[in-house]
Design a protein around this ligand. Structure first.
Ligand SMILES: *[C@@H]1O[C@H](CO)[C@@H](O)[C@H](O)[C@H]1NC(C)=O
Ligand SMILES: *[C@@H]1O[C@H](CO)[C@@H](O)[C@H](O)[C@H]1NC(C)=O
Ligand SMILES: *[C@@H]1O[C@H](CO)[C@@H](O)[C@H](O)[C@H]1NC(C)=O
Length: 473
């Protein structure tokens, strides 16, 4: 009884623990159509490699007697795939149908009869009305990349027409049937294996999905699939992890992705939904790595600013500082106290960051004397944009709120420091942060993929990039 319940429970675990993706990628019918064009070119190349072996034999023909014949040097000269279609098969994959295709080949013929008479020439064979139907399944491989396989294939060869050059017309009549049948058979046998090869040719390309993409010295982002792709009647959807990690040390943040679903848009080939989770996992990594801290000295403040980092400027607001530390330069250490949190509302991205500002006086012997620690609550509005194959951003200060953490110089009015800290944030901290944010991080990509006219929308809990794509190699 216990065992049975236990087994039932274990069987349930995979579904109850299923991970929500941080990033969703949708390939629409428009994207599939572009894929069809690329795929047709690849199938055409493959079919041009059809090899027809030499054929030879003997046939008794009255009144001539035994005729020895051979066909050789047969080469495909043209493959035409004028009509093809791809259709999504919900739950399975993609069906590819090719109709009205044609293959033409050229070869040499040779006959020998009545012991001494030899005759030779060339021939053209045109095979028309070729149809190929194949289905392709799409799955996740062991590395979390998509992989395709051909699940079935059927090829039928329609009519064939042979034109002989050289030789007598009776030869044509004699061999027409044989050549037609044998060659069609030889050809037909090779079509499906070559189409299957053309489909597997996609896999090396799909293997280029950047399942782990380096961002900078601190972070990498993981784009492996968390489940198999889902195929609906209008799209193929991939669920990617979309999580930032500290390089070399994968620690999970204390929050997980919320479920989100992409809107039913169809105008672009590809849609990428990037969740707030992905961005917040970045904040977690950088905060944890201590990268969200900045030491500010007077030389970092533009010359034009009347605010200087010295005990004279601060002494105007807090007289104890001017008295106890006269004529000294100062240093401010601004750092986050916990993970900044990004919130996505339609057309509105906000970052809330909590941190501290520690002020020091720099003694002539370079020792730092702490003056005070302020708690800093900030709200930024963020802007994101696609730059090449990267997603970049910038922030602007919305609001800032200071409270006293610790004072080493006695009591003072924290409010009096509002202006000075705001100037430091606007002139130093935010510009430096924006230099980093402008570098961006890699989007999921396949091989030499280019985004064409990408557009970005901020929606509730995720952002949506709609784009066309182009492969340049
Ligand atoms: C086919 O026949 C041609 C001409 O006789 C010859 O040169 C060629 O080597 C043959 N190919 C094979 C694979 O036997
Ligand atoms: C943006 O969202 C934040 C909360 O997420 C809200 O406080 C702010 O008012 C919003 N701004 C606009 C312009 O809607
Ligand atoms: C540096 O100077 C300060 C103030 O004059 C003094 O208190 C401190 O002990 C000095 N530190 C060192 C390491 O000399």
């Amino acid at each position: 009884m216990f065992l049975c319940c236990w087994l039932a429970l274990v069987a349930l675990i995979p579904t109850t623990l299923s991970i929500n993706p941080g990033v969703k990628v949708r390939l629409t019918e428009k994207g599939l159509e572009y894929g069809r064009q690329l795929g047709m070119a690849s199938i055409q190349q493959r079919l041009k490699t059809i090899k027809i072996p030499n054929m030879s034999g003997k046939k008794r023909v009255s009144p001539i007697g035994k005729v020895k014949y051979s066909l050789s040097n047969m080469q495909i000269v043209n493959v035409g795939l004028p009509k093809s279609a791809v259709d999504l098969v919900p739950g399975t994959g993609v069906r590819l149908s090719i109709g009205n295709a044609f293959i033409s080949l050229r070869g040499n013929w040779k006959v020998k009869y009545l012991r001494i008479i030899k005759n030779r020439g060339s021939f053209d064979l045109n095979v028309n009305g070729l149809t190929i139907a194949t289905s392709m399944a799409i799955k996740s491989d062991e590395t979390g990349r998509p992989a395709v396989s051909s699940v079935n294939c059927a090829a039928t060869v329609g009519s064939a027409r042979i034109k002989f050059r050289g030789g007598a017309s009776w030869l044509y009549n004699l061999f027409r049937k044989f050549i037609d049948k044998a060659l069609r058979k030889a050809m037909q046998k090779q079509i499906c294996p070559l189409v299957t090869r053309a489909i597997s040719d996609l896999n090396p390309r799909l293997k280029t999905l950047n399942v782990v993409a380096k961002v900078d010295k601190y972070a990498e982002i993981e784009y492996s699939m968390v489940s198999s792709p889902t195929v609906s009647k209008s799209s193929i959807d991939l669920s990617l992890k979309g999580e930032f990690y500290n390089i070399g040390k994968h620690q999970e943040p204390p929050f997980s992705p919320a479920a989100f679903s992409l809107p039913p848009q169809i105008n672009n080939m590809l849609y990428i939904g990037m969740s707030a989770f992905t961005i917040n996992s970045a904040a977690f990594v950088y905060n944890k790595a201590g990268a969200l801290s900045l030491s500010i000295t007077d030389d970092m403040i533009p010359k034009r600013s009347p605010v200087r980092l010295n005990t004279r400027t601060f002494g105007v607001l807090i007289p104890q500082i001017a008295q106890r530390f006269p004529g000294l330069m100062m240093k401010l250490l601004v750092k986050t106290a916990k993970n900044p949190v990004m919130t996505f509302e339609p057309n509105n991205m906000t970052v809330q960051a909590t941190g501290t500002v520690t002020a020091y006086a720099i003694q002539p012997n370079a020792t730092l004397s702490p003056l005070f620690i302020l708690n800093l609550e900030t709200s930024f509005s963020a802007r994101v944009f696609v730059s090449g194959m990267r997603l970049a951003g910038s922030v602007d200060l919305n609001r800032m709120d200071l409270t006293l953490g610790t004072s080493y110089v006695g009591e003072f009015q924290v409010k009096s420091l509002n202006n000075i800290i705001q100037v430091v944030l606007k002139l130093v901290v935010i510009p430096q942060l924006n230099v980093q944010l402008a570098k961006g991080y890699p989007l999921p990509t396949l091989g030499k993929m280019k985004l064409v006219n990408p557009q970005l929308q901020v929606l509730k809990d995720y952002m949506l990039i709609g784009t066309d794509v182009q492969f340049t190699g």
